[in-house]
Write a protein that binds this ligand. Structure first.
Ligand SMILES: NC(=O)c1ccc[n+]([C@@H]2O[C@H](COP(=O)([O-])OP(=O)(O)OC[C@H]3O[C@@H](n4cnc5c(N)ncnc54)[C@H](OP(=O)(O)O)[C@@H]3O)[C@@H](O)[C@H]2O)c1
Length: 315
């Protein structure tokens, strides 16, 4: 009798747990991407300027266009001045009613003094949104001791992925706190959500971004400031090797528009419905199968990158 009671109880708990997991998965996929309406971003931001790092290409550039379309003035921050000038021109051609400023900064530079100078420029305007987007990857995944670019590249990837969200958030938060409003979006990566062999420094630095965002949310959530982590899978950009777009590989414009619509509706999400589907599926995968899949994909990416390099070097 007791055993029967125990088995029935355990079965009920298991069933409830499975139902809870299914509901959570469906909520994560459908909530921010199908059911919830985008929030009033201007009201949440509380000021008219948006700062975007890594603003001259890929996801960052697409965030700039989408934010300009929504009426925000844009402060572009990136390393190549000619690309900043061109991006400014391109945005103004499409959205002549917004203001655009830019600052040149190479984020491989870890100097707090140079950051201070950059922050002085940025803090001249009222910043409602900060998109910490700039990031760096390797030419292809590999074992850490033989990573292409050696120690210098390992250091650059760690610095570019971790320092900007840390120092720019710290330097811009004071004006947001004064206004009791503001939005900080930190672009992490799905690789930060899983322990991925051969993606070590990139994966770990993106985990840092997610963790930092979550802790800052606890510090400033009650001060009117919204912190969001975005953890994309593959978006068809230069960093991803410009693959053809598909259901799972959106172009950066489609991605940025979708991700911006999730602000205020999800604190931590992939940014795109197909990526959320991927995330939920991977999360359910047994770790040994996941590890095998990662190693296989990493080997394929390495092979493809080396082949591309060889083709480029042919006369
Ligand atoms: N694409 C993906 O599949 C994917 C997936 C997950 C996460 N992410 C993350 O999304 C973010 C954007 O990636 P993306 O694919 O859009 O990259 P991208 O197409 O390569 O664009 C990177 C942007 O950052 C700038 N940048 C690069 N290194 C810089 C540096 N040291 N200093 C200043 N600016 C620098 C680039 O400027 P220049 O043009 O002058 O180099 C460019 O504007 C990154 O944080 C990345 O880790 C991307």
């Amino acid at each position: 009798m007791n055993i029967e009671w125990f088995v029935n109880g355990a079965g009920a708990v298991l069933l409830l747990y499975i139902l809870y997991r299914i509901t959570l998965v469906l909520f994560n996929i459908l909530g921010p991407y199908v059911f919830f309406r985008p929030i009033d971003l201007k009201k949440k931001a509380g000021a008219s300027w948006a700062v975007v790092t890594g603003a001259t290409d890929g996801i960052g550039k697409s965030y700039c266009f989408e934010l300009a379309r929504r009426g925000f003035n844009i402060y572009l921050v990136s390393r190549t001045e000619s690309k900043l000038v061109q991006t400014k021109k391109d945005i103004l051609a499409k959205h002549p009613n917004v203001q655009i400023r830019y600052a040149t900064f190479d984020f491989t530079n870890p100097s707090p003094t140079d950051y201070q100078e950059l922050l002085s420029q940025l803090n001249e305007v009222n910043i409602g949104i900060l998109i910490n987007n700039v990031g760096m990857f390797f030419e292809y995944p590999d074992y850490i001791h033989q990573m292409g670019g050696g120690l210098e590249r390992l250091a650059d990837v760690a610095i570019v992925n971790m320092l900007p969200p840390t120092l720019l958030s710290a330097g811009i938060l004071p004006q947001m706190i004064r206004r009791k409003a503001g939005v900080i979006v930190n672009i992490s990566s799905a690789t930060g959500a899983f322990k991925m062999a051969q993606w070590s420094v990139y994966s770990a630095s993106k985990k840092y971004v997610s963790w930092l965002t979550a802790t800052l949310r606890k510090e400033y959530g009650d001060k009117g400031i919204l912190f969001q982590t975005i953890t994309p899978f593959i978006v068809a950009t230069k960093m991803a090797g410009n693959p053809n777009t598909s259901f799972f590989y959106p172009d950066s414009d489609t991605f940025a528009k979708s991700a911006l619509n999730t602000i205020g509706n999800s604190n931590d999400t992939t940014g795109y419905i197909a990526h959320q589907l991927q995330y939920e599926m991977m999360n359910l995968m047994p770790e040994f199968l996941f590890d095998r899949a990662v190693l296989k994909t990493s080997a394929e990416l390495k092979q493809r990158a080396l082949k591309n390099r060889e083709e480029k070097s042919l006369p």
